[in-house]
Design a binder for this molecule. Structure first.
Ligand code: GMT
Length: 378
């Protein structure tokens, strides 16, 4: 099948999932066309069946805001016609499903019929749900898509509760390529980061408020009072400066490393002993799954879809949002001795196998086939 994939090309989980999905679909014989404003960060290699088409937004001084949706929908029309794309899979209701619907209507006018599969990733639903400016556009985009998927049961429930949805939503969980996370390194050079006696704690995110970065630091602060430990902070975002200040105020600068955005996530996870994700809300928590796939247990909140990913007492522990002491105690329970730590590491790896891409990607293929069939019948 010739599939157009529209996503945010950044370090965020939705872009990672869309990119990994496209790459796996291409291995399974599909022709994939990524259509977005820059090459997705994890899309390193283009090939004869993986293509990237950049959406340019021309600068017109007339417009206060440059209309990305307009540029995207025009590009979608052009690419569908040029490459014979049969189906569009868009990640995020707004603006992607919205733009895809416009493209679909323009193409229909020319006798070309292309169905739209929309995947909901969370922020479009949970943020828009509480700030309803875009509510009509989100509701419309979901209802007009030819198939809709959500990355967790929890996100499906939130979508049904917050919007007037008149259609079914399929839950297709995020997935992981376990081969990529089975360390190719025999040695990930742990000694460059910490002493043998120190435990390595890691957090990876886009440092937005929703990630509750101060909680990461407070939990780590409690851990290192009991055990020698180092904290690896990976990512960039609006909360980073305040986090650096908090680390200084707490007097733990020597123990915390801020990496910024990294393309070496696998190496960082390879030497990590524990992953912290104390988010306010998280539709899935792909970063937690990536950690588990590398054999790193997870201390997380129990919000949104996290309880569908992290198995409480097995692959890590779940706590209420803001329960700093509970999270700290749970972390210490895992880290207290090598035997317990190794048991949790093995469990984390086993839990991640439930999300093996070889089980999940065929779910998307089935949805594509059924959607295409139903769409062409009408
Ligand atoms: O979490 C973010 O800030 C990034 C956002 C995104 O668009 O990539 O992540 C959302 O989608 C991911 C992939 O499905 C999920 O793993 C994240 O849980 C979800 N983030 C939130 O719900 C806050």
């Amino acid at each position: 099948m010739k599939i157009g994939i529209v996503c945010y090309p950044t370090f965020g989980g939705s872009g990672v999932v869309a990119t990994e999905l496209g790459l796996e679909l291409s291995k399974r014989g599909h022709e994939i066309h990524f259509i977005t404003y820059s090459q997705p960060v994890r899309l390193e290699l283009l090939s004869n069946n993986v293509h990237f088409h950049e959406v340019h937004v021309p600068e017109y001084p007339l417009f206060l805001y440059q209309p990305y949706e307009l540029a995207l929908s025009s590009k979608l029309v052009d690419m569908v016609k040029l490459h014979g794309i049969e189906l569009l899979h868009v990640h995020y209701a707004i603006p992607h499903a919205y733009a895809a619907y416009m493209a679909q209507q323009m193409l229909k006018d020319e006798g070309i019929f292309v169905p739209i599969v929309t995947t909901l990733h969370g922020t479009d639903i949970t943020l828009v749900g509480s700030h309803p400016f875009y509510k009509p556009a989100v509701t419309f985009s979901i209802n007009k898509s030819n198939a809709v998927t959500s990355v967790s049961e929890s996100l499906k429930k939130d979508t049904m509760r917050l919007f007037n949805i008149k259609r079914d939503i399929h839950v297709v969980p995020n997935f992981i390529d376990l081969e990529k996370h089975t360390h190719s390194f025999t040695d990930c050079q742990r000694e460059m980061m910490a002493e043998d006696s120190e435990r390595i704690i890691t957090h990876i995110s886009n440092f937005r408020e929703v990630k509750r970065i101060p909680d990461v630091i407070k939990v780590f602060y409690n851990i290192q009072k009991t055990l020698p430990a180092k904290l690896m902070m990976v990512g960039e975002g609006p909360e980073k400066e305040a986090a650096e200040r908090l680390v200084e105020e707490l007097g733990i600068t020597e123990r915390v490393i801020f990496f910024g955005n990294s393309n070496e996530i696998d190496r960082i996870l390879c030497f990590s002993d524990l992953f912290l994700l104390p988010s306010q809300t998280e539709s899935f928590g792909l970063a937690a799954l990536e950690a588990m796939a590398s054999g790193v247990p997870v201390i997380s909140t129990n919000t949104g879809g996290l309880s569908e990913v992290n198995d409480d007492g097995f692959s890590g522990y779940l706590s209420d949002v803001n329960a700093i002491n509970d999270m700290s105690n749970n972390a210490l329970k895992i880290l207290k001795d090598l035997e317990t730590l190794n048991k949790f590491k093995a469990n984390a790896k086993a839990q991640s196998q439930k999300f093996d891409l070889h089980n999940i990607v065929p779910m998307y293929e089935t949805i594509y086939e059924e959607t295409l069939k139903a769409f062409l019948v009408h």
